[in-house]
Design a protein around this ligand. Sequence first.
Ligand code: FES
Length: 284
Amino acid sequence: MWDYTDKVMDHFLNPRNVGYIEDADGMGEVGSLACGDALTLTFKLDPTGRIADVKFKTFGCASAVASSSVLTEMIKGMTLDEAVKVTNQDIARALGGLPDQKMHCSVMGQEALEAAIRNYRTKTGGAAAKAGNIVCTCFGVTDDEIRKVVRENDLKTVEQVTNYCKAGGGCGGCHGRIAELVTEVQGEKARQTVAPKPVRPARLTNIQKIQLIQQTINEQIRPALRADGGDIELIDVDGNTVVVALRGMCAQCRVAEFTMKDVVQARLREFVSEDLVVREEQSS
Ligand code: FES
């Protein structure tokens, strides 16, 4: 038995806005019965462009019903520009949380809403073509959908991706590609995260200098190298000479010399001292 919140149980047992609007302005369908979950969402706009009515039909579990039900309550009265910003995290939060293994239900609700809005805006048919290339053929999930779910929910493993969008939950043939996408998105995030500048005392003692070098490597240099599959280790500090070793992908990289000068040395000079010279450990 899943550990559902009272809010989930309330929306499951008393679902709001169940049905189908025949003359809907927008209609979105996601999932398929073959995959175990399917959701159709239809909406009607009022003359000012706000969602006046919205209904859903789903074939799914308690959390699929609850996610769809609470979503319809959330978006009633919104403009489409407001509704399209609702994330699966917003849906899960409105329910007081969902078990990890059921987060894909909140994603399904958000995707159905997105498809319905796309349908209204493009009028290309309810099951509008998905953006991106199919990665998981078992569940029809594209690379763009996986990137989005990883980015918005800070997912780190293939198993989490399966929980959130079902990709990878069948034959497993797509696990390698899903892992690549997770690495790609997490790499982008790491590159965008800039750690606050370490505090540099006016005059550094030797110990302070070594500590600041290590801190700069840990916070300013290592995350960027790890994002590309590499790493760095501080070997020694001799006066103003800093000896480091590049590891992983960085060690075999053809642009290691560039990394050493333009990344490692440049950062250490910026954060620790202008006089530092970085050299790579000589292998014996
Ligand atoms: S292709 Fe993704 S689980 Fe089969």
